[in-house]
Design a protein around this ligand. Structure first.
Ligand code: 4AD
Ligand code: MG
Length: 434
């Protein structure tokens, strides 16, 4: 019988109708005379109930009982509202067609280790939680674009192959670039965005970023995606306002559009609901005071790791800015505080619930001579930065920008422990397969 092909995400428009779904068998269970199938079609999951009667014979039902998990199937049936079902609807089966029978599926109902599941990442993506997470990632990405486009930003793509470091030479991935010599995978598109800001005023890139990080923490990947906006004439305080507006907007978009996904992940959404600007702001010095009070061994001049960030953020229960770090633990391009040049006009945004730094941002050095001095002090090869110095030669202005780690942001909003699940195919020191 010809039935209209419908996707699960639009099923609510077809209540009471006979329709066709094209997908895969995600799960099944039998209960006496009824077989419950969970069918997924990429846009969602739905329960399909099958029992003898109407168009289904006992023989057909016995065949359906035997179909292996992840077989490709096309089913027809009648859409029925069902309050208790996760999507609010189920299908009463009238016809079942096997498109291709799956071999023994390596991911079964029993618990597998994450290591095992990562070996099968290409299949694990189909499971409900992974699917939910990556739908949330999609919404975070689109939320970023919509927010910035709405504010008149231009998307300006940064190169991945670069001639020099941006964030310190210890985490560079190096490669041989024809006869020219060494090239590196980009650690940050920032320097290119600075050129963009002078040409377009407000720009951003949203691109893969590479760090040969030796860290095996739950917050580090060797390949991650970073959003980097850059704005001419913005000072460090304008910069923080942009960050809190963006982050709040993205959080609320996910809350609005990803109800089913957040529920599938069992995310407690309360801590997200009251995320609104302005976020609290503390200086690095005040952060050190908090840490001292809480018995942390951290001392003035130390950089913060996950433990320190968690201790600090516990005080606030929502994202908190830490600004004015010591210059010596931050990147070469950050503008010193005119009142205390030991400090820089930067900020890190620390997410609550132990997720740590999701943004690093700063006002940039706009003075030619000072920038030249900083490049020297950091032993950065001048030839590779001539173009960057040009930006200070020709119409230099104060400017600010920041980098938001997409996977850390997704992990926080979705409430998952490790950021490796917040990207479709994670790259870590000990993993490059599949
Ligand atoms: O603080 P970072 O290193 O800042 C920059 O790269 C600046 N150039 C950004 C800018 O001002 N345009 O990195 C920014 C963010 C971090 O806050 C973190 O969220 C994420 O990028 N990040 C990582 N995410 C996953 N794995 C890693 N190894 C990461 N390193 C940084
Ligand atoms: Mg940082």
């Amino acid at each position: 019988m010809d039935r209209p092909w419908v996707y699960i995400h639009e099923i609510e428009n077809h209540n009471g109708e006979e329709i066709e779904l094209k997908g895969w068998l995600a799960n099944k269970r039998s209960s006496g005379k009824v077989v419950f199938l969970i069918i997924r079609d990429g846009t969602g999951f739905i329960q399909v109930t099958a029992f003898v009667g109407g168009n289904l014979s006992k023989e057909q039902l016995d065949e359906i009982r035997k179909v292996s998990l992840e077989s490709a199937v096309v089913v027809q049936g009648k859409v029925r509202k069902e309050e208790r079902a996760p999507g609010g609807y189920e299908l009463e089966l009238t016809s079942f067609q096997l498109v291709s029978e799956a071999m023994d599926y390596p991911i079964q109902k029993q618990e597998h280790s994450v290591d095992y599941l990562m070996e099968y990442r290409h299949l694990w993506l189909r499971s409900r939680k992974q699917h939910a997470l990556l739908r949330i990632r999609n919404e975070v990405m689109m939320g970023i674009h919509d927010f910035l486009q709405g504010r008149g930003f231009t998307l300006l793509d940064s190169p991945i192959l670069t001639p020099a470091a941006c964030e310190g030479t210890s985490t560079l991935f190096e490669l041989q670039y024809f006869d020219i010599g060494k090239a590196y995978l980009s650690q940050s598109g920032q320097l290119y965005m600075e050129a963009g800001a002078m040409a377009f005023g407000k720009v951003y890139c949203l691109a893969p970023t590479f760090r040969a990080e030796k860290s095996k923490t739950r917050r580090h990947l060797t390949e991650f995606w970073m959003l980097e906006p850059e704005v001419a004439y913005n000072d460090w305080q304008d910069n923080m306002r942009l960050q809190e507006d963006l982050v709040s907007s993205v959080v609320h978009r996910v809350l609005e559009k990803c109800l089913l996904e957040l529920a599938a992940l069992e995310r407690d959404t309360k801590p997200l609901e009251n995320i609104r600007p302005p976020f609290p702001r503390i200086s690095y010095g005040e952060a050190i005071d908090i840490l001292e009070r809480k018995g942390s061994p951290a001392q003035w001049g130390d950089d913060f790791g996950g433990d320190e960030e968690t201790l600090i953020s516990e005080e606030f229960g929502r994202p908190v800015f830490i600004h004015h770090y010591p210059a010596k633990i931050k990147a070469f391009y950050m503008q010193p505080d005119p009142e205390n040049p030991q400090l820089v006009l930067n900020d890190d945004l620390i997410a609550p619930e132990g997720y740590g730094e999701i943004i690093g941002g700063s006002q940039r050095i706009h003075d030619y001579a000072l920038l030249e001095k900083r490049l020297e002090e950091n032993h950065l090869p001048r030839e590779a930065f001539e173009w960057y110095l040009d930006l200070r030669r020709y119409g230099t202005v104060p400017q600010s920008g920041f980098g938001l780690g997409v996977e850390r942001t997704v992990a926080w909003i979705a409430g998952i422990k490790h950021i490796r699940e917040a990207i479709p195919f994670p790259r870590q020191i000990y993993r490059i397969y599949p």
